[in-house]
Design a protein around this ligand. Structure first.
Ligand code: ZN
Length: 357
């Protein structure tokens, strides 16, 4: 643990006052014990002058000089320590504010601004101390805080206050690898925030074979209904990376699709209830879905796909009719903790990170 300079500050102050009082008492003692003509003249002089003329002055001069040096060092330490401490508090506040604001980027810059201001305030900053700036790309947010700190010892040198400031920039970048992906997919395309997309189609949709006889499920970590259902409920436990080639899951998978999606929708107990416009971080109704292009086909069916990125969708509904089930979700943006690559195109799943200042 580091030394809390504010805790020892009152003790140093008290100690300094006691030393000063002791010197004054010692001065009075010398004057009273040298009630001579010389000393009576000296009594009107400054204490320091008295020390030089006193018979015991050499010792006192040494003590006083030592104490002056000690107090001077304490002054520098205490004022500098206070400024350092306040600078660290501001740095922590702007870091937290920038990271909180970036969670809403790039889709909602106005909300990002509000979040950044709210977190700065929660971390001890007043609104007047904080400036929040969002880059035109909506992918970076910079929070700056500045504060005037009253000084104690430096006032003797004419400095009443000192200014400390801190700045942090948080950015959102497309993720290049992800754990917890849903075993579904969406073809590479321009995705529009809030629009509804089909993540798993049903045989009757679009004439029965939406994409070369494949309905959209992926085989992650093994094929079969059980593996698919587990991945749909909890997310694939291993990492998928941009550039990976994965196998498709053949068949309609209607039963496990219903079971998996119903589990996720029922698992959202957030209050207020989540919507695509405002959902709690990590809400189970948000699916992280690989964005894919066909890699290998056999006959008229896609066998493998290549992962181009990762998109996020909020499940609003799922429909089961007989042996058919389709999943539709609204395209959203979400922040996760994952490796990122700024050169990749963004598909809605972003990593939030602080930039080196
Ligand atoms: Zn929720």
């Amino acid at each position: 643990m580091g030394l809390d300079i504010l805790k020892i500050y009152p003790k140093l102050k008290t100690c300094g006052l006691k030393i000063f009082q002791a010197l004054r008492a010692w001065e009075n003692f010398i004057c009273s014990s040298h009630n001579s003509c010389c000393c009576r003249k000296l009594i009107s002089l400054t204490p320091l002058s008295l020390l030089f003329f006193s018979s015991r002055g050499q010792v006192l001069v040494t003590v006083a000089a030592g104490m002056t040096l000690l107090l001077g060092m304490a002054a520098i330490t205490v004022d500098a320590g206070t400024l350092y401490l306040q600078r660290q508090r501001l740095a922590n506040a702007v870091d937290a504010a920038a990271l909180a604001g970036a969670q809403e980027l790039p889709a909602r810059p106005a909300l990002a601004y509000q979040q950044a201001m709210a977190y700065a305030e929660q971390n001890g900053c007043s609104p007047e101390e904080v400036v929040v700036q969002i880059a035109p790309s909506n992918k970076k947010i910079t929070v700056t805080a500045q504060r005037q700190i009253p000084l104690f010892f430096a006032r003797t040198l004419g400095h009443q206050t000192a200014s400390v400031s801190a700045q942090a920039t948080a950015a959102v970048s497309p993720v290049k690898a992800l754990m917890g992906a849903a075993p579904l997919s969406i073809e590479e395309q321009i995705l529009v925030f809030g629009e509804e997309y089909t993540l798993k189609s049903a045989p009757s949709e679009g004439g029965g074979e939406p994409l070369y006889g494949w309905y959209g499920p992926l085989s992650l970590g093994g094929s079969g209904a059980r593996s698919y259902c587990q991945n749909l409920k909890y997310g694939y436990e291993s990492e998928l990376r941009v550039g990976d080639v994965v196998a498709t899951e053949t068949g309609n998978m209607s039963g496990p699709t219903v079971e998996g999606i119903a589990y996720r929708v029922d698992a959202c107990h957030h209050d207020p209830p989540c919507t695509f416009e405002h959902f709690a971080p990590g809400c189970p109704r948000v699916l992280l879905v690989p964005v894919i292009v066909a890699q290998e086909t056999s006959g008229n069916q896609i066998k493998t796909v290549r992962i181009q990125g990762f998109a996020a969708f909020f499940i609003e509904n799922y429909a089961r009719q007989g042996n058919e089930c389709e999943i539709r979700g609204r395209f959203v943006h979400t922040a996760v903790s994952a490796p990122y690559d700024e050169s990749l195109p963004g598909y809605g799943v972003y990593a939030v990170h602080l930039e080196a200042g």
